[in-house]
Design a protein around this ligand. Structure first.
Ligand code: GAR
Length: 211
């Protein structure tokens, strides 16, 4: 089973979904570490209560020195023998240095149907744009933010009267389903290529009206 680190900054509900999925017999990955850049991330207690190793690598002591923070993150990942990284609400922009070390082995979940709405406030922006479909994307992390190869997507309707919170909740339910599915695929692959299309059986997963 591939040793996975899940990187969080807060609530950690996607991390919890990955933990639950990975506990099932036959799942090709185990969550070996939950790492947060914030000591107050609620998800840390959830992981610890389930017997998963946790680590906090705060960015503040490193000030503006992103490289120093990332070197600290990388050394914790190496110390835990991590093979795959899942970003799950990890609210830091990564430098090419760290991304390069994990090319093809670092996944992210983003709350929009990429390439629409990279960045923040995705639900509000989808409503403001008049979208009737919205959703979430799991992709490989590359140097450009929210722009790596898409591994899986799930769509939900935008309903009349939605506000960002109601829409976020509908999307989040799909995130919790989609991320384990994408991780399963990547972890089960014989190897993982930067181009998911290069891996046998790795056609992008997608769902419309997933419920
Ligand atoms: C999730 O909705 C995730 O897609 C989003 O943050 C939330 C984290 O929730 N990620 C991003 O916006 C990344 N730019 P969680 O901590 O409960 O998993």
């Amino acid at each position: 089973r591939r040793r996975v680190a899940v990187l969080i900054s807060g609530r950690g509900s996607n991390m919890a979904a990955l933990l639950e999925a990975a506990a099932a017999p036959g799942f090709p990955a185990e969550v070996a570490l939950v790492l947060s850049n914030r000591a107050d991330a609620a998800g840390l207690a959830h992981a610890a209560a389930r017997g998963v190793a946790t680590a906090v690598v705060e960015s503040r002591p490193h000030g503006r020195d992103r490289a120093a923070h990332e070197r600290a993150v990388q050394s914790v990942l190496e110390a835990h023998g991590i093979e795959l990284v899942c970003l799950a609400g990890y609210m830091r922009i990564l430098t090419p240095w760290l991304v390069g070390r994990w090319a093809g082995r670092m996944l992210n979940i983003h709350p929009s149907l990429l390439p629409a709405f990279p960045g923040l406030d995705t639900h509000q922006r989808a409503i403001a744009a008049g979208c009737t479909l919205h959703g979430c994307t799991v992709h490989l992390v590359t140097e450009e933010m929210d722009a790596g190869p898409i591994l899986a997507q799930a769509a939900v309707p935008v309903l009349p009267g939605d506000d960002p919170d109601t829409l976020a909740a509908r999307v989040l339910a799909q995130e919790h389903r989609l991320y384990p599915l994408a991780l399963r695929r990547v972890a089960a692959g014989a190897g993982w290529a930067a181009d998911p299309g290069a891996a046998p059986g790795a056609a992008p997963e997608s769902d419309l009206w997933a419920d």
